[in-house]
Design a protein around this ligand. Sequence first.
Ligand code: AQP
Length: 330
Amino acid sequence: MSVTRIFSGIQPTGDLHLGNYFGAVRNWVELQQQAADTIYCVVDYHAITGGIDADVLPGRTMQLAGDLIACGIDPERSILFVQSHVPEHTELAWVFNAFAAFGDLSRMTQFKDKSGRAKHVSAGLFTYPVLQAADILLYLADGVPVGEDQSQHLELTRGIARRFNQVVGQEYFPDVQTLLTEGKRIMSLADPDKKMSKSLGEKHYVGLMEPPKRVAKKIRSAVTDAGGEAREDLSAGVANLVGMLRFAGQPEAAQQYAEEAKRGDLLYGHLKVAVADAVVAMLEPIQERRAQLSDDELSDVLADGAQRASAIAAPVMDDVRRLIGVGRGR
Ligand code: AQP
């Protein structure tokens, strides 16, 4: 792998779920062993684009940061921090608004999906990918581990970086690489044609901190197909369950269930029990680590993370101001 600095973020909009974990967070943990620098961020300014709730957001932000540590993000190896603690993110986003094309933003499928569901469609929801570009490029990161739903946003990030470099006449920002995993698109349990998502509602996802009984119940209720007939391809719901079994560490069993399902002689109840057992076993150590983490420890980690992030972000923002001719620069 040729990337040197990794950046990725996650929104504190609800429970961390299996889609986030298999698509992104598990890769974040693994990349700590491979990349020189790994920087991970809880992006609270992104979360407000879908609605404001000042009573809930601080708790969710802390909860999510703690959950990331429980998943294996090591604050000694990685910088873990909260986006709003480093104000350069929003400053660079404003600058990038002058480089992002309205037409490109209009084509973002996530905006189309989310605006279709939102009561109030904020301009922030529309310019969200510009803030995301700022999050990444503020650290001159060249690798971004994400789920597949973010690929289009990262294409936009590359476009903004190239336009910036062209306008200022200098190869200042790097070309970012999208780093996907095999679990890049985990589907909803209740509606397997849609991606697993926090905002779709409780029955659509398995939260990483959910008690084993609830995990098993949700998986038992997952939508499949009628079964009993041979078929060439698995239905979306069954393929999703087989995928989860594979990603939860049981590739041979997953392969066997997939073959049985194609022959039409798989009892889906058996598959669901196997998936639930594998997921519960995978979550157990994560939940144990989470229970051991105190709020004070977490606050210290985030304060330290913000300081280390600022040390990278501030000189980059100085350069940007100088290159575009605003402020005092350096
Ligand atoms: N279903 C998924 N499969 C694989 N990867 C996924 N990711 C999210 N859902 C899936 C990846 O998780 C990282 C963090 O995502 P996020 O929470 O910041 O935003 P999101 O993609 O909008 O996730 P949600 O759950 O759908 O949130 P809401 O409902 O609040 O919009 C990203 O790398 C994402 O690709």
